[in-house]
Design a protein. Structure first.
Length: 231
């Protein structure tokens, strides 16, 4: 596992500059948007034995070494067609640095050009890899919407991961109270109620807490004892 699977940077430092502090793992393939396109970054990745799949910036020239055949395969959802699969070299780099440029078209007509160091994968696989990058952004949007994570509470390296874990735990506890305690309110009301309960002496709430835990245990036993549907 890479040392830095997730990193955060303050708004004063561009994410591309922040990558200078990362350690890249040999054999891994890293996915980047075009905002990370930098000859220096790509050189570091190649020297580390890592691979990359990155969207090519507009205006970056290249020389076509050869054009590779495109297999007749069904395009995945959201993609109209793979337009070309080229073996290329970039100006300014050593002539022995040979890369691939896969060009595909979205269903809305937009053209996406993806540069990669992976020569062992098909053009379809390269397309799917870059398409998968959007799953991360979709996950983050889902997380911020479901768990009300509007902005980071701190700027340290551990601030955001701790905030995400706290959101998960809070949601888990909320679901337990809804299932076993009959709580009907939204997340905001649950947090507000929890803060109010936090001011009550523990001796006054230990009884209801035991009842809730006992109800949860019974529900779990009933679920485990019930026959599971075969898939």
């Amino acid at each position: 596992m890479p040392q830095q699977f997730v990193f955060t940077a303050s708004g004063k430092v561009h994410d591309l500059k922040a990558t200078a502090t990362l350690t890249w793992s040999a054999g891994w393939t890293y996915l980047f948007d075009r905002g990370y396109f930098s000859f220096d970054l790509l050189t570091v990745l190649l020297n580390a034995g890592a691979h990359f799949v990155i969207r090519l910036k507009e205006g970056v020239g290249y020389r076509i070494v050869r054009s590779n055949p495109i297999p007749d395969v069904k395009a995945p959802a959201g993609i109209r067609a793979i337009k070309s699969d080229l073996t290329v070299s970039l100006p300014g780099w050593a002539s022995d640095v040979i890369l691939r440029l896969v060009v595909y078209q979205l269903t809305d007509g937009k053209i996406i050009r993806v540069l990669t160091s992976r020569h062992d994968l098909s053009a379809l696989s390269i397309t799917l890899l870059y398409k998968e990058r959007w799953s991360i952004e979709k996950w983050w949007r889902w997380l911020t919407r479901i768990y009300k994570v509007k902005e980071p509470l701190g700027e340290s390296e551990n601030a955001l991961p701790l905030q995400i874990v706290a959101a998960f735990v809070t949601d888990l506890v909320l679901r337990a109270f809804k299932h076993c305690g009959g709580f009907k309110g939204p997340l905001y009301d649950f947090v507000k109620t929890s803060r109010e309960v936090a001011l009550i002496p523990i001796s006054e709430i230990i009884g209801p807490m035991r009842q809730a835990l006992a109800a949860a245990a019974v529900s779990l036993q009933l679920f485990e004892a019930s026959p599971q549907e075969q898939t």
